[in-house]
Design a protein around this ligand. Structure first.
Ligand SMILES: NC(=O)c1ccc[n+]([C@@H]2O[C@H](COP(=O)([O-])OP(=O)(O)OC[C@H]3O[C@@H](n4cnc5c(N)ncnc54)[C@H](OP(=O)(O)O)[C@@H]3O)[C@@H](O)[C@H]2O)c1
Length: 259
């Protein structure tokens, strides 16, 4: 029996991906910090879709988080054929607003855990007939974003890592797909403490977590290497590529920086 392991499954895009995979009768392992949310989601999906589910509350900023998830799977005899690296968050405002630890904690969640879980679970994934790693990066991966700087850089890392890993694994049974959502209606804006200008822009353009999750899961099963969700975000990424970098950065700073 195989499972899909989803990080950041308690809410937002991760929760929506869990619901879609459950509707496709995939067994689920749900990981995040909020035990109450994970427990109720796991129970509801198990009842509604007659699948196997389990959950584990782990804070990815704590030492040994990746090993804890891996050992949990070994002890419970859970074998996975889908690994979804979705947990992540941003911190908005100028670089100097945050301590070094706040920056490196975010990098731990957004980057290090993606690498660590991919490394720990890859031998297991290679045993399946066909298997997937799905990474959630961001449209912020395509440019520097002053005012959301370390976050954007962390997502550039996720995209680059995912593409490179897909190439290395091209002759294997494992497909690596990296998704780049633009603004999506989740708890992201609150956790990142986005300022009003960015929130107002988001009100007009944001996608729902359900729509992003559907495009992500479809792209994963289609074996795509990279997918920007939504036509508006695809056009945005094309402009970022075409326009002078300083102009692109100034426009982003206008949304995410205070001045
Ligand atoms: N929303 C957007 O506009 C947007 C755009 C582009 C990319 N993304 C990316 O999409 C992914 C999902 O975010 P979302 O928009 O769905 O936001 P969200 O609703 O805030 O969900 C974030 C998920 O990550 C988990 N998480 C956060 N910190 C964690 C930690 N220290 N340890 C373990 N789990 C942690 C959260 O669970 P707990 O709080 O329960 O720990 C939650 O399940 C992220 O990688 C984000 O960067 C979002």
């Amino acid at each position: 029996m195989k499972y899909a392991l989803i990080t950041g499954a308690s809410k937002g895009i991760g929760k929506s991906m869990a619901e879609i995979l459950a509707s496709k009768k995939r067994n689920l392992l749900l990981v995040a910090r909020s035990s109450d949310l994970l427990q109720s989601l796991a129970q509801n999906l198990k009842q509604q879709y007659q699948i196997e589910t389990d959950w584990l509350a782990v804070d990815f900023t704590q030492a040994g988080a990746g090993e804890k998830i891996f050992q949990w799977c070994i002890e419970k005899n859970y074998s996975i054929d889908i690994l979804i690296n979705n947990a992540g968050y941003g911190l908005s405002g100028d670089f100097e607003k945050y301590s070094a630890k706040e920056h490196t904690d975010m990098m731990q969640v957004n980057m290090n855990m993606v690498v660590e879980l991919s490394s720990l679970f890859l031998p297991e994934l290679k045993k399946a007939t066909s298997a997937h790693i799905l990474n959630i990066a961001s449209s912020a991966a395509y440019q520097a974003v002053p005012g959301l700087n370390v976050y954007a850089a962390s997502k550039a890392f996720v995209l680059s890592f995912g593409r490179g890993l897909q190439y290395e694994l091209r002759r294997s049974n494992v497909r690596v797909t990296t998704i780049c959502p633009g603004g999506t209606d989740t708890d992201f804006a609150n956790r990142a403490n986005l300022i009003d200008k960015a929130r107002k822009a988001g009100e007009k353009l944001n996608m729902t977590s359900e729509a992003v999750a559907k495009q992500a899961i479809d792209a994963m099963f289609a074996g795509k290497t990279e997918k920007i969700t939504g036509i508006v975000n695809q056009i945005g990424a094309a402009f970022v590529w075409l326009l002078p970098k300083k102009l692109v950065e100034k426009t982003a700073a206008g949304l995410y920086s205070q001045d």
